[in-house]
Write a protein that binds this ligand. Structure first.
Ligand SMILES: *[C@@H]1O[C@H](CO)[C@@H](O)[C@H](O)[C@H]1NC(C)=O
Length: 200
């Protein structure tokens, strides 16, 4: 399915017809979408896979340990959802301990493995900001080191790996940072399910 802003908005309005009520305010949950007009990544979903983020995957890599978790209790894992807390973004997962989002020393946008808070030395979790909801329902996701970049596996061929601030030729998957495209990263409220996945 081609994932466009129109499908996002349609899906969201269908889901919001059946609200669920909870006594505790639920933290804001979002999916991420790239804006870079007239490019292959425009309206591209930002998906989690193998502790990194990509645009142009069919679906995220996600996992639910069933058993012991009853199959019916597993989140679909079809979408990459993040939450935004006091200390910035983290994966919207059910796994105890959660999964923190950080920037690795090579500037790739990353998330910790389940059951481990470990990050390579030189990583940072600081500097992310989430803007207010715009009239078009999108929120701008920014980082103080600069914008987001999507770097293709090969020139013009995805999937596109997501970096923050800058990329070196050595760290660009295609071997050339000139192949990367800057994009505006946006958040769309994720209300279809409580969690994006048990874990990514
Ligand atoms: C998740 O994807 C599967 C396989 O495509 C589909 O059958 C299922 O309905 C999806 N669930 C949700 C909640 O999107």
């Amino acid at each position: 399915m081609k994932f466009t802003l129109a499908t996002v908005i349609t899906a969201a309005s269908v889901v919001s017809a059946a609200p669920t009520y909870s006594s505790e305010p639920k933290p804001l949950a979002l999916t991420m979408m790239a804006i870079r007009s007239a490019s292959p990544i425009h309206f591209g979903r930002v998906d989690a896979s193998g502790q990194k983020f990509y645009i142009g995957l069919d679906r995220p890599s996600s996992y639910c340990p069933s058993p012991p978790v009853p199959v019916g209790s597993c989140p679909s894992g079809n979408y990459t959802s993040i939450s935004w807390g006091q200390y910035g973004p983290y994966m919207n997962v059910e796994v105890p301990g959660g999964q923190q989002i950080y920037i690795a020393p090579d500037n790739s946008l990353s998330y910790t493995q389940a059951h481990s808070g470990s990050m390579p030395p030189g990583s940072t979790t600081d500097g992310f900001t989430l803007g207010p909801k715009q009239e078009n329902t999108l929120r701008h996701i920014d980082h103080k080191s600069g914008g987001f970049l999507a770097c293709p596996a090969k020139k013009d061929v995805g999937p596109w790996k997501v970096f923050v601030g800058s990329v070196t030729d050595k760290n660009a998957p295609s071997g050339s940072a000139a192949d990367c495209l800057g994009f505006l990263n946006t958040g769309i409220e994720f209300i279809g399910e409580q969690f994006g996945a048990w874990q990514y």
